[in-house]
Design a protein. Structure first.
Length: 257
């Protein structure tokens, strides 16, 4: 049967690899420490910036309670919301390991979705799940002045979307032989109810949330991360991707409810 080579990554995914790699390389090898710090202030998502206009008094009280108030004040900057950071935070990463993990996840779950969507749908989907991840983090940490960076919310959204079709019988991870070529990626999708009644999809969903929660809560304790992991952003991206998949899905015969 005609099958997709495992390393045949779609062009839009390769372009994303190149963009993220070039940005991190620029920060790592070209920018000075001062310039990189300014880049973080300008492009990272900082929740307290959005809170300042809504609850300035509460924010001032929260800042007064922070041990590292100078650092927090630095990232607060001029206090303007900087709405573009709901998207641009995904372009920045803490280190090469952080970037590499996101790229591996992007290859695994971005490629199937890119084969199902066209380039425009894929990019738009990533933008929506990126913003949703930032807003989910904000909902639980409105007074936090530490920057949030990384593409994890977007790749989590891609993962949630893939859950809707990859386990279908003739899909890429189906229980029977995959359909030939791109047809494996265009099988009718599961409904939302179907996700919770399909044993493989439900098992993966529960496993994903368990791993992300444990990693988010214990990553510093286990020495896996130098800073806190914004697992709430991951969850926000995943749930959004799972829910909005049907609005973007062009495949015929897909169930969109």
């Amino acid at each position: 049967m005609d099958r997709q080579p495992i390393f045949n990554v779609p062009g839009v995914v390769l372009a994303t690899f190149a963009l993220l790699g070039a940005i991190h390389g620029l920060r790592e090898y070209v920018l000075t420490d001062e310039a990189d710090a300014r880049a973080l202030v300008t492009f990272a998502f900082v929740p307290c910036r959005f809170t300042l206009g809504l609850d300035g008094a509460g924010l001032a009280e929260a800042l007064g309670q922070l041990r590292q108030s100078e650092v927090a004040t630095f990232f607060l900057g001029d206090g303007q919301p900087q709405w573009w950071t709901l998207i641009t935070y995904a372009l920045l990463h803490a280190d090469w390991t952080h970037l590499g993990m996101n790229l591996l996840w992007l290859a695994a779950f971005g490629a199937p979705l890119a084969r199902r969507f066209d380039t425009f749908r894929f990019v738009a989907f990533c933008l929506v799940t990126t913003a949703a991840g930032a807003l989910a983090h904000y909902a639980l940490h409105p007074y936090d002045c530490m920057p949030v960076i990384g593409a994890s919310a977007a790749v989590s959204g891609l993962t949630g979307a893939c859950l809707r079709f990859v386990f279908q019988p003739h899909g890429p991870l189906g229980t029977t032989w995959a359909a030939p070529g791109d047809e494996a990626y265009r099988q009718p999708a599961l409904t939302l109810r179907g996700v919770f009644s399909d044993s493989r999809a439900l098992t993966f969903l529960l496993f994903w949330f368990a791993v992300n929660f444990v990693f988010g809560v214990m990553s510093q304790t286990l020495g896996l991360s130098q800073g806190p992991v914004a697992w709430e952003a991951h969850a926000g991206g995943f749930v959004t991707g799972l829910l909005i998949f049907g609005f973007f899905d062009p495949a015929r015969g897909s169930a969109h409810s």
